[in-house]
Write a protein that binds this ligand. Structure first.
Ligand code: ADP
Ligand code: ADP
Length: 228
């Protein structure tokens, strides 16, 4: 489904954030990227999403080499949920969720239907929430809106960078449970970054353990990683 072939990033200042990374993720698989701060997890996600240009290697999605496709084309296939939510504060919840569909030029009716569907999915019905602004919601609710936005264009792949990092432990626990439910319904291929090993073990089918310099030390199921 997603194949990274020798993917690497050296920043202009010479920092090698990600060494040549080879990784293959199956369709519908939930993969956690873990490792110490600065080991290249975010850089890897951002390269897959083309927010950062790789300096070497290829990204292959479902057999298509997407290393050089346009960012807009990629938004259709890859959803993104960022750290600390990252909702647009001046847009309503509904407009936030509809960000990518609007970018892709969906007609208004389809945008509205899809937005309502996504808000239902994350338990925040449009009738009550679509016209509110992000600051009117709790951190956990904002995080759920972030997930709804990431899924709005029905991408095959969802990338999440510390998706549950910014909320308190109780809300996090609930969100993780809800995310599992959503995932078992939609079977997206998910890559997510976390510094929380418990979260990785709880959610992931496989865990990719990075070490400093963006090297992949281990890529295995949670039991194997814990036993190592
Ligand atoms: P992680 O997500 O695992 O914490 P990052 O991918 O953010 O790691 O960073 C990997 C390495 O690249 C770190 O050493 C970091 O300091 C460095 N880095 C990140 N962004 C830049 C940048 N824009 N310019 C130079 N170095 C960077
Ligand atoms: P614009 O802001 O572009 O003038 P609209 O306000 O009609 O257009 O909606 C923009 C997008 O935000 C729509 O595509 C829709 O999906 C979403 N949206 C806004 N408000 C709602 C709502 N109350 N219910 C569902 N979706 C909404």
């Amino acid at each position: 489904m997603i194949r990274l072939d020798g993917l690497g990033k050296r920043y202009p200042d010479g920092t090698v954030a990600v060494a040549e990374l080879d990784m293959a993720v199956r369709r519908g698989e939930l993969v956690a990227l873990v490792g110490p701060s600065g080991c290249g997890k975010s850089t890897t996600l951002r390269m897959v999403n083309r927010l950062i240009e790789p300096t070497s290697g290829r990204i292959v999605l479902d057999g298509d080499d997407v290393t050089d496709v346009s960012a807009v084309e990629l938004r259709r296939r890859i959803g993104y949920v960022i750290q600390q939510v990252g909702l647009f504060p001046h847009l309503t919840v509904g407009d936030n969720v509809a960000t990518v569909p609007r970018l892709l030029g969906w007609d208004k009716k389809r945008q509205r239907e899809r937005t309502a569907e996504m808000l239902d999915l994350v338990g925040l019905p449009a009738k009550t929430y679509a016209d509110r602004y992000p600051h009117e919601l709790s951190g956990g609710q904002q995080q759920r809106i972030g997930v709804a936005r990431g899924l709005a264009a029905d991408p095959d792949v969802l990338l999440m960078d510390e998706p549950f990092g910014a909320v308190d432990p109780i809300a996090r626990d609930r969100l993780q449970g809800e995310f599992r439910r959503i995932q078992s319904e939609l079977h997206k291929t998910v890559l997510f970054v976390t510094h929380d090993v418990d979260e990785a073990v709880r959610l992931a089918d496989r865990i990719a353990v990075f070490s400093q310099g963006g090297k992949l030390e281990q890529f295995a199921d949670p039991a194997t990683v814990l036993g190592a």
